[in-house]
Design a protein. Structure first.
Length: 323
């Protein structure tokens, strides 16, 4: 299994991954992009930024890279970097299908991505991913599964995913929304020819949104690798936007709020990989300091008080502007 390489790694940052959602396209749901990205946000400029981040991540021991078909040209940017760095053959690459990028390289587009978990979308997008990443693809995930997704009930799709697994690609799913736990538990019951279909689950979990936690414990116990996304809650737990308690603990440690937010997730025994969504090398370095903070029982109790109701958290996320 590709994730065995991460499990066996001894470097502190091996269990922090780099997600490319914020740099593969000009628009995304994070604040301050006007100061974080190059002024023109052209494909060439974002390719250069992506490669700069990948260089820095690899040099610091990061060995998991997360991308998706809907992240603009992120798969293309990653493929170019991999081709230029044959020494990076120890990098584990995960991508996702299920959303189609529709913004035509505009940050002010009316619609940025369209969701489709049908068989035709899988066949089209898996061919597109294969054309770019080839045999460097280790993991292919269904993007943002919710309890009502047809991907949880479509037996034809399950069979096609199992065929991809037979060719050496691990199959996973990511989840979104207040029903993450239900989607995860349903996914754990899916088998093809008596064997579990999914080997990984990627879910949102952070100091504000912990509702998926019990289901992620179950997934880990069932042998799935758990990947955590949005550990800084689309910027809500970073910098001066972070709640006071996060900033206080960060100040006590001499670190940024983002490091404390990520450290909370890294402390979960079921968390296999925790993603950084950095858009700049400085943000990445700050995220990688997540291995430093000591979160004792008293600090964890202070952070536990931040938890929001899932419905409120996801309403807030849905209201964030693309910029």
């Amino acid at each position: 299994m590709p994730f065995a390489r991460l499990s066996a790694a001894t470097t502190p940052t091996a269990h922090i991954g780099l997600g490319l959602a914020a740099v593969g396209r000009p628009g995304y749901l994070t604040p301050h992009r006007d100061r974080d990205l190059p002024g023109d946000r052209s494909p060439d400029a974002l390719r250069d930024r992506t490669h700069e981040l990948l260089d820095a991540a690899y040099a610091q021991g990061v060995r998991y890279i997360d991308t998706a078909r809907s992240y603009g040209r992120a798969e293309e940017f990653l493929a170019g970097w991999l081709a230029a760095h044959p020494e990076a053959d120890d990098v584990v690459v995960g991508s996702k299908w299920g959303y189609t990028y529709t913004a035509d390289w505009r940050s002010d587009a009316e619609t940025h991505e369209v969701k489709d978990h049908g068989v035709a979308a899988f066949e089209r997008q898996s061919a597109e991913t294969a054309a770019l990443l080839g045999d460097r693809l280790d993991l292919y995930q269904i993007h943002s599964v919710t309890p009502d997704s047809p991907a949880l009930t479509d037996k034809d799709l399950h069979t096609r995913l199992a065929r991809l697994a037979e060719r050496g690609v691990s199959i996973g799913l990511s989840t979104s929304g207040p029903g993450q736990a239900e989607a995860i538990r349903t996914a754990l019951t899916i088998t093809v020819d008596g064997a579990p279909l999914f080997r990984t689950v990627q879910a949102t979990y952070n100091a504000l949104e912990t509702s998926a936690g019990p289901a992620l414990v179950e997934a880990h116990a069932a042998g799935l690798t758990v990947i955590v996304k949005e550990a800084v809650a689309n910027g809500r737990l970073a910098g001066d936007q972070a709640p006071a308690v996060v900033r206080e603990i960060a100040g006590e440690e001499g670190l940024g709020s983002d490091a404390v937010a990520l450290a909370l997730v890294l402390h979960q025994p079921w968390a296999g990989v925790v993603l950084s969504g950095a858009a700049t090398p400085a943000q990445l370095l700050g995220n990688l300091h997540a291995t430093v903070p000591v979160l004792d029982e008293e600090r964890r109790a202070r952070l536990d008080a931040l938890v929001e109701e899932p419905e409120a958290y996801w309403r807030h996320r849905a209201s964030l502007p693309w910029s």
